[in-house]
Design a protein around this ligand. Structure first.
Ligand SMILES: *Cc1c(COP(=O)(O)O)cnc(C)c1O
Length: 427
């Protein structure tokens, strides 16, 4: 059996995420990673232009994070986090609260983005339960993506991803995304919703400034501030899902750093450990936490076996330490500038419907007559074209996006841009 290639062995025993059962998926076997590159056994290499599903920010196997992980693994691998604690969890919470808006006071650990969202939703529901109010509804953006577990699916866009489970998801009030030009309309949409049903609404959950899976759909801080202000004056808890946008992605440390209003809860994951370990965080304000000191149910019955895993905490601390080096955010600003210039250039192409960027996120929406969705037929064509050029890009339907590790060189980023231009010319 072991004379078979990795790819063949894989196809026998492994079920991959987001893979179509009707297709034979020949996966690419990666044996190592360094900086912005992923390597195959035979020396083939790829520029990781999607930061390995938006997680990797400092480059692969960064020596500082590797050292933190190795040291922690040799000292304390794991310990139950109920009734016990450890320094990496405490220090990480202190560091995160130092970076989050001042109203954030408590950190709750879990192990991925979906669980960070589940925790936030459950905290918000139980917040009202403890206050003796029945609030079963959540407001969410129509095109949002908050993860693949049931609560996270419930507040995500209802489409192909959620179709088989439709009857099992809880009620959500959807709000259109306030993209430029639609701000006034959406604000009045929210006002109407609040006027009719505010006493039933527990929370408003949103991806700040960039809706990732929706196709890097972008909107402005000003309108988000206005939406949050409306929710706050109606007494509704606001949940920022910064799972994708956190840790420098949007040009500031958190996307919510562009705002003047501070959300009540934050969900973090993906870049949290620099893209090395699975970890999720939900943070909240003191008023949210304090409600668990009285009321009907004072225990938050939620906790995963690997909650606050010390090795994951140490990886996250290592990643945050890298942000103390000026070069990390300087790299973010460099990428932001390069993206902005490229948007100017590529936006002029007749084959481009819309080009946009925010921080280190670049998105190019191609004109296409086969529908503008995840399943657009251009998807496979785009993926194959870039893989053949040693670039890992994973388009969202007809939307090509680039979200690199911050360590990517200007030369490599220019190579990616050039390949995008070539692809667009080939259409
Ligand atoms: C990826 C993502 C999630 C889910 O995170 P997982 O770690 O994949 O479960 C939630 N919210 C947003 C905004 C995301 O981009």
């Amino acid at each position: 059996m072991f004379s078979m290639s990795l790819v063949d062995r894989d196809s026998v025993v492994v079920w991959h995420p987001y893979s179509d059962g009707t297709l034979f998926n020949s996966e690419i076997a990666i044996v190592s990673g360094k900086g912005a590159y992923l390597y195959e056994a035979d020396g083939g290499k790829y520029i990781d232009a999607v930061a390995s599903w938006w997680t990797n920010i400092h480059g692969h196997s960064h020596p500082h994070i590797v050292q933190k992980v190795a040291a922690q693994a040799g000292k304390l691998d794991h310990v139950i986090f109920s009734g016990f604690t450890h320094e990496p969890a405490i220090l990480l919470a202190e560091l995160l609260l130092g970076r989050l808006p001042g109203n954030q006071k408590k950190v709750f650990y879990s192990d991925n983005g979906s669980t960070a969202v589940e925790v936030a939703l459950k905290m918000a529901f139980q917040f009202w339960y403890n206050k003796g109010e029945i609030r079963n509804k959540v407001i969410a953006f129509k095109n949002s993506y908050h993860g693949d577990t049931f609560g996270a699916m419930s507040v995500s866009e209802r489409g192909a991803f959620t179709k088989p489970f439709e009857n099992l998801l809880f009620d959500v009030i959807y709000l259109d995304v306030p993209v430029p030009g639609k701000e006034v309309e959406i604000l009045s949409e929210l006002s109407v919703i609040l006027a009719h049903s505010k006493s039933q609404i527990a929370s408003f959950i949103f991806e700040p400034l960039v809706l990732g899976t929706a196709g890097m759909l972008m909107y402005e801080p000003k309108v988000l501030d206005a939406l949050l202000t409306l929710c706050k004056s109606a007494g509704i808890l606001t949940i920022a899902d910064e799972v994708m946008t956190g840790f420098g992605r949007t040009g500031k440390f958190f996307a919510c750093d562009y705002l003047t209003t501070h959300p009540d809860l934050f969900c973090l994951s993906k870049g949290l450990t620099g893209g090395t370990m699975a970890m999720g965080v939900t943070s909240c304000t003191l008023p949210v936490f304090e409600v668990f000191k009285s009321g009907a149910s004072t225990t938050f019955f939620h906790g995963h076996s690997y909650t606050a895993n010390p090795i994951a905490c140490s990886a996250a601390i290592g990643s945050l330490e890298l942000f103390e080096r000026a070069e990390t955010m300087e790299a973010v600003i460099r990428i932001e500038q390069l993206h902005t210039d490229f948007v100017q250039k590529i936006g002029k192409s007749k084959k481009v419907k819309h080009a946009r960027s925010r921080g280190t996120i670049l998105a190019i929406e191609l004109l296409s007559d086969s529908g503008t969705s995840y399943f657009n037929t251009l998807r496979k064509q785009i993926y194959t074209f870039f893989i053949a050029r040693g670039i890992l890009l994973r388009p969202l339907g007809n939307i090509i996006y680039v979200m690199p590790p911050y360590c990517i060189s200007t030369e490599d980023l220019n190579y990616v841009y050039l390949a995008i231009e070539e692809f667009i010319d080939s259409l």
